[in-house]
Design a protein around this ligand. Structure first.
Ligand code: FNR
Length: 366
């Protein structure tokens, strides 16, 4: 299989499954509980069909977009996922280099296994956003913000869907723990996950989160964050028009429509199904992005047609990293970008601006 050509993101996942230890693959792959939302994040893309326009001279197609003022080669960016060093020894450094080489941005997790400063340096000037979890210790949270500011991050992404960690059954069954040679490099040594062991009902990671993240997370924390930093703030994990309007009222700069890759509340609607109401509620006042279940260029096209400004991918990056480190992530990003470019050409869209809602029709086939 090593020399087999990997033609699409599913091929990367299959290959990664052969390479990674089962506990690691399961940790990356799984969703919460019965995984209804995990399946739905993927299926939602099949419920829309394309209405292509023809005879439009598509000899030149540009996938380039502006995201919070930064020019990106493509609207496909890397979302925050923890523990990249379980997939490859260079971990987040390899992912950051791949983003820089592919001209896109990387969102770096609070739970990275390389320090946020080192990851930023590896991106060599390519834009990086820092994903922030509000800790029980507010001073420690502020320290993370200051470190991200000093390092050069251009936005903070506040994850709002994780007062606790969702129940991922594979992790409970596998008694998942972070391998002992890895560290959560944005935390002090003695704060790490290694002090916590799994129980019959919870993975060590879920228990660690219970000890460190703040379950009283509320809109006042958004207000607090707005008051202590001038960096743009994006809320990650909004799924309704009501919360989208509230987010605008609290002065944030963007919303990432996300259900955390279906790892939190099982049974929530797919992100593609949530996107239109959020876009309508925001009505152009701030930027809206999406993540969850994006597997091919036509998925990106559909998300953009429904009003997303950019699309973030989580698991596919980890599959690329496992398969071939920096080059694997680069291949994943470039594959999606090439697929998007071809899908745009077939649809008669020469620029991302030409991707509009009339490109889509809702299907009743499924
Ligand atoms: C995540 N996600 C996540 N989100 C976040 O805000 N902070 C984090 O540390 C993580 N860690 C993480 C680890 C793994 C293994 C996964 C799969 C996901 C959620 C992530 O940012 C994103 O919302 C989803 O991964 C998007 O769905 P897809 O692209 O994986 O389908």
């Amino acid at each position: 299989m090593a020399s087999q050509v990997l033609t699409c993101l599913e091929d990367f996942e299959k290959r990664a499954k052969e390479i990674l230890p089962k506990t690691v693959f399961d940790y990356y792959r799984s969703g919460a509980d019965g995984e209804q939302t995990l399946r739905d994040n993927l299926a939602a893309y099949s419920r829309w069909r394309l209405r292509p326009r023809v005879l439009r001279d598509v000899s030149k197609v540009s996938t380039s977009v502006q995201v919070l003022g930064a020019q990106l080669v493509s609207p496909v960016a890397v979302g925050a996922t923890g523990f990249h060093c379980m997939a490859h020894p260079e971990g987040e450094l390899a992912s950051a280099r791949a983003c820089a080489a592919s001209g896109t941005l990387m969102m770096v997790s609070t739970f990275s296994t390389k320090s946020l400063e080192d990851v930023f340096k590896a991106a060599t000037g390519s834009p990086c956003w820092f994903q922030l979890y509000v800790q029980q210790d507010q001073d420690a949270t502020e320290q993370l913000v200051r470190r991200a500011e000093r390092a050069g991050y251009t936005a903070l992404v506040l994850t709002v869907d994780t007062p606790y960690v969702g129940r991922r059954l594979d992790d409970v069954r596998n008694r998942f723990v972070l391998p002992s040679h890895l560290r959560l490099c944005n935390f002090k040594e003695d704060d790490t996950i290694h002090g916590v062991g799994p129980t019959q009902n919870d993975s060590a990671f879920a228990l660690f989160v219970k000890q460190s993240l703040n379950p009283s997370l509320a809109w006042e924390h958004v207000h607090w964050l707005r008051s202590i930093t001038s960096l743009p703030i994006i809320l990650k994990g909004i799924l309704t028009a009501e919360d989208a309007r509230e987010a605008v009222n609290y002065g944030v700069d963007g919303i990432l429509v996300s259900n955390h890759g279906a790892r939190q509340l099982d049974g929530v609607l797919s992100t593609l199904d949530a996107l239109p109401e959020v876009v309508a509620a925001v009505s152009g006042r701030i930027e809206v992005y999406i993540d969850g279940g994006v597997q091919r260029g036509t998925d990106v096209l559909k998300a953009l047609a429904l009003g997303a400004q950019a699309v973030f991918i989580g698991r596919p990056v980890l599959w690329g990293l496992a398969v071939n480190g920096e080059n694997g992530v680069r291949q994943v990003l470039e594959l999606l970008q090439d697929e998007l470019s071809l899908a745009m050409a077939f649809s008669g869209c020469r620029t991302v601006k030409e991707i509009t809602p009339d490109l889509l029709t809702r299907t009743s086939y499924l």
